[in-house]
Ligand binder design. Structure first.
Ligand code: AVI
Length: 326
């Protein structure tokens, strides 16, 4: 009998990548930065789910309302997909409406693509009981997961990609175009991309959505500092930082920052880093771009799609856009 002992690496490659990104972001000349993907560890993902329930954060409810109300119309306007892939499914709650509309017409494979195993499990639990839908989850980055999905397609079958919740808004505008082009390069003419975009609205209302009075968004933002302490053995004192959400009118985006409340030194042994922060200096943690209603169709035209249709919520300016591959 062969017994094999696998020794666990002392530090995982994910932690090494985290350390390298923290090091380069915090030593960046000018504005220090932490990449927004690091907001979403297990605690951060749970806090984001709580944000979606806040009365001040209307985005998720608008997204869900449109899907619930128009799912049949959306599906009728796309080539009926045999494969539905979702980039960043989260808990999968709002996807139900689209999947049920597709499954009323044909047997469908649904592929949630997520880097968080907990979110994948929640999604499989939430959507596992829909008749004529078979779920295959991919624990991979978006484009790698989508590559695996399109590899499964057989001749004549269509693919529909879901990119909901205005996650596209967390990319800078040029990076969003690049990302759409990369999605396009994996698809075939006639395939569809249903993409949610949060629209520009009253600045006070917009800012409150990212600075709620209960402090849930503040906790979500601060958690990335706690994560640096947990995973990189740092000594960041969270009481010496404040959450800040600001509207950048020129770039048309909400920016989240962490403001240093005094002059201080921070020691991050896991990233082999010691830095000094000035009082009032900020670390930029996320951008959330907002769109004009005409913008998604322009993005589609620039990236190899055409915008077949758009649905806008009346209560909270938010659009679902159906892109078809040209
Ligand atoms: C995931 N993403 C679309 C959210 C947003 O609105 O940009 C993340 C978020 N950050 C703070 N609140 C919500």
């Amino acid at each position: 009998m062969l017994t094999r002992t696998l020794s666990k690496p002392a530090v995982s490659s994910a932690v090494l990548e985290f350390a390298a990104d923290i090091r380069s972001g915090l030593t960046r000349p000018g504005q220090r930065e932490i990449l927004s993907k690091y907001l979403y560890d297990e605690v951060g993902s749970a806090l984001f789910e709580a944000i979606c329930l806040l009365p001040e954060y209307g985005l998720t409810r608008a997204d869900t309302r449109l899907l619930r109300r128009y799912a049949d119309e959306m599906v009728a306007r796309m080539a009926l997909p045999a494969h539905v892939a979702e980039l960043g499914s989260g808990s999968g709650k709002k996807t139900r409406w689209i999947l049920e509309a597709v499954a009323r017409r044909r047997f469908t494979f649904y592929y949630p693509i997520e880097i968080s195993p907990a979110a994948l499990a929640a999604c499989e639990k939430e959507l596992g009981q829909i008749d004529l839908v078979h779920i295959v989850g991919f624990e991979k980055p978006y484009l790698e997961g989508l590559q695996s999905v399109v590899n499964r397609r057989e001749y004549g079958e269509s693919v529909c990609v879901l990119f909901l919740g205005s996650t596209i808004g967390n990319f800078d505008r040029p990076a969003a175009d690049d990302f759409l082009r990369q999605i396009r390069s994996l698809l075939l003419p006639g395939d569809s991309l249903l993409i949610g975009t949060d629209l520009e609205k009253d600045v006070a209302m917009q800012t409150l959505a990212y600075d709620d009075p209960a402090g849930v968004t503040a906790a979500f933002n601060m958690n990335v500092l706690a994560r640096i302490n947990r995973e990189l053995g740092a000594d960041v004192n969270l009481n010496e930082f404040a959450h800040e959400a600001r509207w950048n009118a020129e770039e048309r985006r909400i920016e989240m920052h962490l403001r240093s409340l005094r002059r201080q030194r921070v020691n991050i042994p896991g990233a082999n880093l010691r830095i000094g922060l000035e009082s009032g200096e900020t670390i930029w943690t996320e951008s959330s771009h907002k769109y004009r209603p005409s913008e998604p169709a322009e993005m589609a035209a620039r990236t190899g799609f055409r915008c077949e249709a758009q649905w806008i919520d009346k209560e909270w300016p938010f659009a679902q856009n159906l892109f078809i591959v040209k």
